[in-house]
Design a protein around this ligand. Structure first.
Ligand code: SAH
Length: 216
């Protein structure tokens, strides 16, 4: 795919920026990442469309706009430490790494984790630590995280994620709601003397579910 830079730039200018993403670090990084390398060869012609695509193992790479939106909601500064639950293709991790974050990403399906590691190596993302495991437990060894992003639908917020979040850190996740629909939620850790959280709700969305355990 020789003209991928041009296609990525068109995607950003037509679909991402006009939908309200203004963060230059995000827009610049989206233009700099060859998304087609995260997509199975037979579907690569669709790599720069604003759509989710299957990546095997019944999983999907998220729509670029949703990736940009969730990243924006994390509100990160360069150099921040970030945890991702649900590596999948690795594209979301690549975006965070390209933006200058320290990334730890967890995937429960071994085959997907191994594939994403190969792409990280190919693109020289040395600031991504890839873990095969159950992301519901987070990854305490690299905590605290200024941001935690969950890229599969959660039915509840795990205590482990909140414990591993830094003060003022944000957890961004698609959370099941009472009406059966899934909605983007941001939970920020407060630092005032009365510990607590601020929850903010955003768009309805569709994600694959969080599943327990590791699949070899
Ligand atoms: N961020 C990904 C989106 C992948 S879809 C991307 O950019 O491509 C969500 C991923 O979450 C799937 O790969 C799925 O296997 C993974 N997942 C589901 N439950 C999980 C769990 N408990 N721990 C870790 N990963 C999980």
């Amino acid at each position: 795919m020789e003209n991928w830079r041009e296609q990525a730039a068109i995607l950003v200018e037509r679909n991402i920026a006009p939908q309200g993403i203004a963060n230059k670090n995000i827009l610049g990084a989206l233009k700099a990442i060859p998304r087609h390398l995260f997509i199975p060869p037979d579907l690569r012609t669709y790599s720069y469309e604003d759509i989710p695509l299957p990546i095997g193992e019944e999983q999907t790479i998220s729509q670029p706009f949703i990736v940009a939106k969730m990243t924006d909601l994390l509100g990160l500064q360069k150099g921040d430490n970030v945890l991702e639950i649900g590596t999948g293709s690795g594209y979301q991790s690549a975006l965070l790494a390209e933006m200058g974050m320290k990334v730890t990403t967890i995937e429960r399906i071994e085959a997907l984790a191994l594939k994403s590691r190969e792409v990280f190596r190919q693109l020289s993302y040395n600031n991504i630590v890839s873990i095969i495991g159950d992301g519901r437990k987070g990854f305490p060894d690299n905590a605290p995280y200024q941001g935690i992003i969950v890229t599969a639908e959660a039915t509840k917020i795990e205590d482990a994620w909140l414990d591993q979040l830094a003060d003022r850190g944000k957890l961004v996740l698609p959370l099941s709601t009472e009406n059966g629909l899934c909605r983007l939620c941001v939970r920020q850790k407060k630092v005032e003397e009365k510990a607590g959280y601020i929850d903010t709700w955003y768009d309805y969305c569709r994600f694959v579910p969080i599943l327990p355990g590791v699949k070899k």
